[in-house]
Design a protein around this ligand. Structure first.
Ligand code: SAM
Length: 284
């Protein structure tokens, strides 16, 4: 429907291209939209615009008013026109979600977040604890990774960071999967049990590893993210001392490529050092 000359779903654009190619954080990609879903409005050459699906007109940032009521019950991929521009309404990808975060604390980059999920064994249905929440970038990636049946407990010792992370998780539409806890996990430990994974992005991960080990189920993983060699050494020593198995450490360097017929080459600048990742597994 068009509101005051603005846009709404258009019947001329059938579901298709995007519905087949986007991912949905666990919901079946083709499942019809329901109220409360997070919709990514996408068009070529622009970042996705995230909107919570509601009945009636709603303000979208400072850009105007949009009414998506007619999307409810329709399939992802439906076309809409808003402010004279054509969009597809699709389920947000992780890249859409991370691209629309508001930043406060230094956030984990996408390359590191993806590998932390791999190292920590995070997948659909996992029960994960993370500390600290910071801006919630890693929280969003974890909540996306565990899917609708998984759970994330996110700790921070600062209320303002918890609030920032909570706002970003809500913006991503993933709040049903995450509970936030105000706690200094270095001094007080984790107050959770039977976890499948623990992910630590704070300055002193070694101080949390003993508690993390007790909170993990046998077979569960802990993964850490620290910016300096000194922190990495201390973390890996603690992982070994505490009897974690399969201890690994890795750094990921991301180099973009300029691709053109006959002229493909690496970009001159690259995303070099961000942080070191380490992980270990509780086996007994
Ligand atoms: C670098 S930020 C985390 C960024 C976050 N992973 C993200 O992607 O947005 C580190 C966070 O750890 C929190 N923190 C530091 N020490 C802590 C502790 N002992 N217990 C709980 N949180 C802690 C800080 O308050 C801060 O919010």
């Amino acid at each position: 429907m068009i509101l005051a000359g603005r846009g709404g779903p258009s019947d001329s654009q059938a579901p298709g291209y995007y519905a087949e190619r986007t991912v949905a954080g666990g919901e079946p990609m083709s499942e019809a939209w329901t109220e409360g879903d997070t919709v990514a409005l996408v068009r070529a050459g622009a970042p996705a615009l995230l909107v919570r699906l509601a009945r009636g007109p709603q303000k979208v940032g400072n850009e105007g008013v949009l009414d998506l009521t007619e999307l409810i019950g329709r399939a992802p991929g439906t076309g809409i026109t808003w402010l004279g521009t054509a969009y597809r309404a699709v389920r947000p990808s992780l890249s859409d979600l991370l691209g629309s975060l508001r930043r406060g604390a230094q956030i984990v980059t996408a390359k590191d977040a993806a590998h932390l999920l791999y190292l920590a064994g995070v997948g659909p249905g996992a029960t994960v604890a993370e500390a600290g929440a910071g801006s919630g970038a890693l929280t969003v990636a974890l909540a996306y990774g565990v899917g609708p049946l998984g759970r994330v407990i996110s700790y921070d010792r600062r209320e303002d960071f918890l609030e920032a992370a909570r706002a970003n998780v809500r913006r991503a539409g993933l709040e049903a999967r995450v509970s936030f806890r105000l706690r200094d996990v270095a001094s007080d430990g984790l107050d959770a049990t039977d976890l499948s994974s623990v992910v630590l992005d704070l300055p002193e991960p070694w101080a949390v590893l003993s508690s993390a080990r007790s909170s993990l189920m046998p077979g569960g993983y802990v993964a850490t993210y620290t910016p300096t060699y000194n922190q990495l050494e201390r973390t890996v020593r603690a992982l070994r001392d505490l009897g974690f198995d399969d201890v690994r450490a890795v750094e990921l360097l991301e180099r973009g490529l300029h691709v053109g017929e006959g002229g493909t080459r690496p970009a001159f600048e690259m995303l070099g050092h961000t942080g070191f990742l380490a992980a270990g597994r509780r086996v007994d």
